[in-house]
Unconditional design. Structure first.
Length: 761
């Protein structure tokens, strides 16, 4: 049978040949033979599979550790030491294969699979920059980041390894528009375009995390990123598929903990990391393997321990901690789709320092535990009209204890969440390239306890949510349009009603509102695209904002809710331009976000009977506007330049004063020398002085910090091994993060040596 030879991509002579599938022995022979010799190999039928080999175009060497995925499905594989891969469960038809490998430019190829399967040979070109990856968050179908109708970033592979820290927020600190707020290194939480807390939707494989990280600055997010396959960030009000309250954006940590395809060979990764500034040691391992030809199983374990953070002027006491995270998931995979489930246990014990304004005088230890159970099912092609129907369910139990020095529980938070989602996607019809309709039901039970004064949200305040939404993609050639509409009903019931409460009329509340988005992308050709999006979203006040009346130990405050608060209504506009070519990528985005009824805690100047400063929740209209930019440039001969910049200005419009905790103008400029087997890099991190401060803030000086990194990639025992060494704050510079709650007593971390080892199999 003849071989189909196709040319495409960046190279003038790329390796890509396609022929019917061969047996395993023939694959290994083809990997060792020349490409012309491989073309004459005999055909062996191997139905429902794609086999192949990935090589370097320049040297012809086999590339172990390449990640090969079928776009739009969960089917993927990692190449072996001879460059071979094997994808199973592939029905006849046309597919797009995405091939990624560290130190090489990613490629997407079209493959037609017949009854006999297919065999491909793919060549990758070396490249010091990684072009935008595939995105699933806030999109109906998996697409390249360059096709997104809003600002999107994907952190995966070696970039994720280089940036990896103990928290999602610090790991993503280099993404344009992102910052981190904290009361110590364990509590770093993301800030997107000046918005944080419940306004940033944190997801794990598309499901809400189910913690109370938005209820206080001392609360950590219950996610360890160490075993994540990739992290996706969507900036700006969007994500009608996941919820209406994401006024700032969405962060989705993707693990694929419920496998939906059966791997031909076990795949996964293991990592070890050590950091000097906190004497931290962390390890992670995750693998997916076939129990039978229909049952895949995924196992994961991560652990982390850290001591007190060292700064240029001394240690920040009581900031050490220990984290343990264990998960398992499996499914049944058939020709109709898949059905499965997962379980996860997470524990994080950490310290909150004391002795600063807004912090407990003696410091606090926090113990948080989370257990989660998820179920998932997908039916492919249920009829001629529908492409798929998906069902997701989740239950999460969460407990958060704040302990005084004598192990007395000063504050206790409890949360249980139960949710179910259904999403039906339809086939393309005329200009409608894809669309979906979905619904969500959810229930939360929030409790509070401890040795302090009782609060009105004790023992259980319940919140119920019902939502329905529509989403459509319209392809008009060079123009693509996305439109969505969502309606939510939210019902909040306090533990007890009290019309004469000290904080006001405590009563059942109901909220309902519509969210909508409209976006347009114009592909001008030659890699240039421009677009704009308009989104309207709302956020329901959370339980502490409505019904709090008591001390919050770790935050050293007495919080008073406002049971008459209404919803936050946000309207956001993004306008962007992006350019992407094999050697250059740039994007510039301007945004404007107006929020009616922005909720925040206001210091009253009064003290409770236990001498804690009283903060009361209230609302005010707000406006946030700014810009973001990024650039990646392959200068040539392995040299690459990267830079990012972001700025946001936030104002409480009715009071005509700045919104508290808004990051200053900040950016990074880096240069890297990249070879297929190793790299070295240098980065300059900068921030301007922030003088626009809230009532309880003080100005923060700007700073410039230097970071260095180097790494090596080796193929050992047929597996890709990557060693990365980073030195942050090379000069041990004393500097302060404006969003840090402890900046008055301690600067940020001093010189920090990080060593990370990762093996991919």
């Amino acid at each position: 049978m003849p071989v189909a030879n196709l040319r495409f991509g960046m190279s003038t002579n790329p390796i890509y040949r396609l022929r019917p599938a061969t047996g395993t022995a023939l694959i290994l022979a083809a990997a060792l033979a020349t490409l012309s010799d491989a073309a004459s190999a005999q055909v062996v039928e191997h139905s429902g599979e794609i086999e192949g080999v990935v090589r370097s175009i320049e040297s012809g060497a086999a590339l172990a550790g390449s990640f090969v995925s079928v776009i739009g499905t969960a089917t993927s594989a990692v190449t072996h030491g001879d460059g071979s891969f094997h994808l199973t469960g592939i029905a006849p038809g046309s597919y797009a294969l995405r091939i990624r490998r560290l130190g090489y430019a990613s490629r997407t190829i079209e493959v037609t699979v017949g009854e006999e399967g297919a065999f491909v040979e793919v060549g990758l070109e070396t490249s010091p920059i990684a072009l935008g990856g595939l995105v699933v968050t806030a999109m109906l179908t998996e697409r390249g980041a360059a096709e997104a109708l809003r600002a999107v970033n994907v952190m995966a592979g070696e970039e994720l390894q280089r940036r990896m820290t103990g928290t999602v927020a610090q790991t993503l600190a280099s993404v344009p528009g992102l910052s981190a707020t904290s009361m110590g290194p364990a509590t770093a939480r993301p800030v997107i375009r000046g918005l944080s807390g419940d306004r940033v939707l944190m997801l794990e494989d598309g499901s809400r995390v189910g913690d109370v990280s938005s209820a206080g600055p001392d609360h950590a997010t219950a996610i360890d990123p160490l075993a994540a396959r990739r992290i996706e960030v969507v900036r700006g009000p969007a994500s009608l598929l996941y919820g209406s309250n994401a006024l700032g954006g969405v962060i989705n940590v993707i693990r694929d903990e419920i496998p939906s395809a059966v791997p031909h060979h076990p795949t996964g990764a293991a990592s070890l990391q050590a950091r000097s500034a906190s004497s931290a040691l962390a390890g992670a391992a995750a693998t997916t393997f076939a129990v039978s030809e229909r049952v895949p199983l995924r196992l994961e374990v991560t652990g982390r321990t850290a001591g007190d953070l060292r700064t240029p002027v001394g240690e920040l006491a009581n900031t050490g901690g220990e984290t343990l995270n264990v998960g398992a998931g499996g499914s049944w995979v058939g020709t109709w789709g898949h059905a499965g489930g997962s379980v996860r246990g997470y524990r994080n014990h950490y310290g909150i320092p004391g002795g600063f304004v807004g912090g407990h005088t003696e410091g606090v230890r926090i113990e948080m535990e989370r257990a989660a159970v998820k179920t998932q099912a997908a039916i492919n092609e249920p009829n001629d009209a529908l492409r798929s129907v998906e069902f997701d369910g989740a239950y999460t139990w969460y407990r958060h204890k704040e302990l005084e020095s004598a192990n007395i529980i000063g504050t206790l938070f409890r949360l249980q969440t139960l949710s179910g989602d259904v999403l039906a996607r339809h086939h393309a019809w005329g200009p409608f390239s894809g669309g979906a309709a979905g619904a969500r039901v959810a229930w939360d039970g929030f409790g509070y306890g401890g040795s302090g004064v009782a609060r009105t949200d004790t023992p259980n305040t319940q919140r119920s949510t019902v939502a329905a939404y529509l989403f459509e993609e319209i392809d008009l050639g060079a123009v693509r349009v996305e439109a969505g509409l969502r309606y939510d009903w939210v019902f909040v019931s306090p533990a007890r009603e009290d019309p004469d409460s000290d904080i006001g009329n405590v009563r059942n509340r109901s909220f309902h509102a519509a969210s909508a988005s409209l976006g347009m992308l114009y592909n001008a050709g030659a890699g240039m695209a421009v677009g704009a999006s308009l989104a309207r979203a709302f956020r329901t006040p959370d339980v502490p904002e409505l019904f709090s009346e008591g001390p919050h130990l770790a935050a050293y405050t007495f919080e008073i809710g406002n049971p008459s608060l209404e919803t936050e209504q946000g309207t956001g506009v993004d306008i962007f331009a992006r350019f992407e070519s094999p050697r250059f990528r740039a994007e510039l985005t301007g945004f404007y976000n107006r929020i009616h009824g922005y909720i925040y805690g206001e210091e009253t100047g009064r003290f409770s009977r236990v001498l804690l400063p009283i903060y009361q929740f209230q609302s005010n209209d707000a406006r946030l506007a700014g810009f973001e930019g990024s650039l990646d440039w392959d200068i040539g001969r392995g040299l690459a330049l990267q830079s990012v910049v972001s700025s946001v200005r936030g104002t409480l419009t009715e009071a005509d004063r700045p919104i508290p905790l808004i990051p200053p103008l900040q950016g990074r400029v880096g240069v890297e020398y990249e070879r297929p087997q190793w790299f070295v890099g240098w980065e300059t991190e900068m921030a301007g002085r922030q003088e626009r401060v809230g009532a309880f803030e003080s100005p923060t000086d700007g700073y410039t910090v230097f970071n260095a990194s180097a790494g090596a990639r080796l193929t050992l025992a047929g597996r890709l091994n990557v060693l990365t060494v980073s030195l942050d704050n090379v000069t041990n510079r004393k500097y302060h993060n404006h969003l840090s709650r402890v900046k008055e007593i301690m600067p940020e971390a001093g010189r920090d040596l990080s060593v990370t080892y990762r093996v991919v199999f």
